[in-house]
Ligand binder design. Structure first.
Ligand code: ZN
Length: 143
């Protein structure tokens, strides 16, 4: 998995998890990438990584870190909202996503486990899948 720092046209920063650079480009050109804050489809990859600025001695460093922290918080908040509003269908995720797509199940947000391979299959069938990172910070809110 690769983690890219992404931002939408409105400057919302968030992280995207992809199998590879090609996966990222494919999802973006296929319109599958959306900002978790405002749902904008105009998403670009950020080249800046705070750690690369270590050589600088001016005041930019800490400012960048603060921004990074805030973006992280926004990202987690958006992820929590998704996780909390979605019905947990566990390992039936792939099956349930297909049933909804074919109108055999009521349309609703769901979450659950699937493999990267199956998620890719779903996308090819035109079913929107957002990979959620397995973060401890997200689990804490589910207790
Ligand atoms: Zn946005």
């Amino acid at each position: 998995m690769k983690v890219f720092n992404l931002a939408c046209e409105h400057g919302h920063g968030f992280e995207g998890w992809f199998a590879s650079e090609e996966d990222f480009l494919g999802q973006r050109s296929g319109g599958l990438l959306h900002c978790p804050v405002c749902d904008s489809g105009s998403v670009s990859k950020q080249l800046s990584a705070p750690r690369l600025n270590l050589g600088k001695s001016d005041a930019e460093g800490p400012v960048t870190s603060d921004l990074e922290t805030r973006h992280q918080a926004e990202f987690l908040k958006a992820m929590r909202a998704i996780v909390q509003s979605a019905e947990d269908v566990g390992e039936r995720f792939t099956e349930e996503a297909r049933r909804m797509h074919h109108g055999e199940s009521p349309e609703r947000p769901i979450r659950g486990q699937t493999s990267l391979e199956l998620a890719r299959e779903l996308r090819q069938e035109g079913i929107g899948v957002i990979p959620l990172p397995d973060l401890p910070a997200l689990k804490n809110t589910l207790q």
